[in-house]
Design a protein around this ligand. Structure first.
Ligand code: NAD
Length: 494
C-alpha cells in the first residue's frame, strides 16, 4: 500500500497511568478499524467511569512536582518533546492517517500544526515576564501565573495528533498534569504521543491517557480533582460536556461542530476559486470542522460552479482523497444526499457508490465528492453539519441575502468570501458571525500565535483553544500585592 502502512498485527493500546502502560481491570476491549480497509488495526480498553480514579490519583501525585520544577525546566522538557515530534513526523502522520482515514499529507500537516503550538507554548516564559507595577510608593502589584492542577482533554476522531496537540503543549508547559481521553475511534496515535512525552523527560503521571468513550467522559466530568476540561467534538456532546462540567465547578472550553458558509460573488477569480472550494469541501473527505460545506452563490457564478463540478469529478476516490471514518458515517451521508434530492436539490455530482479499485480497499468507507445545487436555506443539507465530501449550494441574489444566510446558522466556526473586490471582502470580514474568517481562503485556519476557536454553537465557554487563549485557559493569574515598610531604624542599616 503506497499511502499508509498498516500494522502487521493489531496494536494493543493501554491506558498510561503514572508512567506505566496498564489495562484497566475488567474493561471491554474495543476493535479499532482502519477506514481504508475495514481491517482491525488495534484494540483499546473502554475504561469505565470508576476506572478514571486511579489515573487521576497518579496525575495528582505528579502534578505538584511538575509545578515545583519551574518554568525553565518544564520548558526544556517540552523543547525536547517538540524535537521528538519533528523526528517522528512520518511515524505520527502514518499513525493518524491509518486510523482516521486521512491522506498522509493531511496527517503530516496536523503534526506540523502541533509543532507550531509547541513553539508558541515554548515562548510562554517570554510572554509572562514584566507583569509587575509599583502602584503606589512602596506597594507593588504583580501577576504570577499558576497551573490549575490536574486537567483533562477529550478529543474527536478527525485529527488524532493535531487536536490533542492543540492542548498538550500549553497545558503542560504552564505546569499542569494532563489527562488525554482520545476518541475511541482513533486511539492509537495518542500512544505515540505518550511514548514521546516520557522520552522527553516529562515525569511519570504528568501526562496520562484514558481510553474509552461516553463512560470515561462521565468519569472525568464527575471527578472532583479534575480542575479543567478541554473538549473538541460534535456540538451536541460539546454542549453536554460544558453544561455538566461547569455545573460541577470545572473550567470547561468545549469546541463543537460547524456549518461553514463560503460566499462566492460574481467577481471571484474564475480559476483560483473553483479549486479552492473543491479543496475545502473534499479535503480530509470533508471531515474537518473548517470544511466549507455550504456555498452561498451570490448572483451569477455559474462558470465557477461548472468548473467546480469538472474539477471535483476528475478526483480519484481512494486513499489519495481520504476515507470516511466508518460505515455509519457513509450510510448517514448517503441518506442525507437522498433526502436533499427528494426535497428538490439538484445533484450536480454524486459521490455515492464511488470507491477505489483494488481488493485492498474493498472493505473501506468511501464516498466521492458530491455537489448539491439549488439547496434551499430551510433544508437539512443547508443547515446540518454532514461531515463528508458534500457541498450544498444555496443561490441568493445579493450579498445582503448571503450575509443573512450566514447569520441564520446557529454555528459560528468559520466563514469565507471569494472576491477580487476589497470592499466586498471587508464587508464579509466585518459582518460575518464566525470566529475565523477567510478572504479567498477556503479553510481559514489561523497560524499561531493567532488562536483557534469559533463562536456560538461551535464553542461553549470563553477563549480559544490555542494561542494566548490556551495558556489562559489552562492557568490562572495570581495577583500578588507587596508592601515593604520604610523603617530604617535597625542599627545595622545605617
Ligand atoms: P464526538 O462528539 O462524537 O466525539 C468527541 C469525543 O466525545 C470523543 O472523545 C468521544 O469519545 C466523546 N463522546 C462521544 N459521545 C459521547 C457521549 N455521548 N458522552 C460523552 N462523550 C462522548 O465527535 P467526533 O465524531 O469524534 O468528531 C467530529 C465532530 O467534531 C464534528 O462535529 C466536528 O465539527 C467536530 N470538530 C470540531 C472542531 C473544532 O475545532 N470546533 C475540531 C475538530 C472536530
Amino acid at each position: 500500500m503506497s499511502y499508509v502502512q498498516l500494522p502487521d498485527s493489531p496494536i494493543i493500546g493501554r491506558n498510561l497511568v503514572g508512567g506505566e502502560w496498564v489495562t484497566p481491570t475488567g474493561a471491554e476491549m474495543l476493535d479499532v478499524r482502519s477506514p481504508y480497509t475495514g481491517g482491525v488495526i488495534g484494540r483499546v480498553p473502554m475504561t469505565s467511569a470508576a476506572g478514571v480514579a486511579p489515573v487521576v490519583e497518579a496525575a495528582k501525585k505528579a502534578a505538584e512536582g511538575w509545578r515545583a520544577m519551574g518554568l525553565r525546566d518544564r520548558t526544556a522538557r517540552m523543547m525536547k518533546f517538540r524535537m521528538l515530534l519533528e523526528q517522528n513526523l512520518e511515524k505520527l502522520a502514518n499513525s493518524a492517517a491509518r486510523e482516521a482515514g486521512k491522506t498522509i499529507g493531511e496527517a503530516r500537516a496536523g503534526v506540523l500544526k502541533g509543532i507550531e503550538v509547541c513553539d508558541f507554548a515554548l515562548s510562554v516564559q517570554n510572554l509572562d515576564t514584566g507583569g509587575a507595577l509599583e502602584v503606589s510608593r512602596g506597594v507593588t502589584c504583580e501577576f504570577k501565573r499558576e497551573p490549575l492542577g490536574v486537567v483533562a482533554g477529550i478529543t474527536p476522531f478527525n485529527f488524532p495528533a493535531m487536536v490533542p496537540l492543540w492542548m498538550i503543549p500549553n497545558a503542560l508547559t504552564v505546569g499542569n498534569a494532563f489527562i488525554l481521553k482520545p476518541s475511541e475511534k482513533v486511539p492509537l496515535t495518542s500512544l505515540l504521543l505518550g511514548e514521546l512525552l516520557l522520552e522527553a523527560g516529562v515525569p511519570p503521571g504528568v501526562f496520562s491517557i484514558i481510553h474509552g468513550g461516553k463512560e470515561a467522559v462521565e468519569g472525568i466530568l464527575a471527578h472532583p480533582d479534575i480542575q479543567a476540561v478541554g473538549f473538541v467534538g460534535s456540538t451536541a456532546i460539546a454542549k453536554r460536556v460544558y453544561t455538566e462540567g461547569t455545573a460541577r465547578g470545572k473550567r470547561v472550553l468545549a469546541l463543537g461542530g460547524a456549518k461553514n458558509a463560503l460566499i462566492v460573488v460574481p467577481d471571484a477569480d474564475p480559476v483560483f476559486t473553483p479549486q479552492a472550494v473543491v479543496d475545502s469541501f473534499t479535503g480530509c473527505a470533508g471531515q474537518r470542522c473548517m470544511a466549507a460545506s455550504l456555498m452561498v452563490a451570490v448572483g451569477d457564478v455559474q462558470p465557477i460552479i461548472d468548473e467546480m463540478v469538472r474539477r471535483a469529478a476528475s478526483m480519484e476516490v481512494g486513499p489519495g482523497m481520504g476515507a470516511l471514518i466508518d460505515k455509519a458515517a457513509q450510510e448517514r451521508l448517503e441518506a442525507a444526499i437522498a433526502k436533499a434530492q427528494s426535497e428538490g436539490a439538484k445533484v450536480l455530482l454524486d459521490g455515492r457508490g464511488k470507491k477505489p479499485s483494488g481488493a485492498a480497499w474493498a472493505g473501506g468507507n468511501w464516498m466521492g465528492p458530491t455537489i448539491l445545487d439549488h439547496v434551499r436555506p430551510e433544508m437539512e443539507s443547508a443547515q446540518k453539519e454532514l461531515f463528508g465530501p458534500v457541498i450544498s449550494i444555496v443561490r441568493v441574489p445579493t450579498l445582503t441575502a448571503a450575509m443573512e444566510l450566514q447569520h441564520a446558522s446557529p454555528y459560528g466556526n468559520a466563514a469565507s468570501v471569494f472576491t477580487t473586490n476589497g470592499a466586498v471582502a471587508q464587508h464579509v470580514v466585518d459582518n460575518s458571525r464566525a470566529g475565523m474568517v477567510g478572504v479567498n481562503v477556503g479553510v481559514p485556519v489561523p497560524r499561531e500565535p493567532f488562536s483557534f476557536g469559533g463562536i456560538n454553537d461551535s464553542r461553549f465557554g470563553h477563549g480559544d483553544i490555542t494561542g494566548q487563549g490556551g495558556v489562559d485557559f489552562w492557568s490562572y493569574l495570581k495577583k500578588v500585592t507587596r508592601k515593604w515598610t520604610a523603617r530604617t531604624d535597625g542599627s545595622w542599616m545605617s
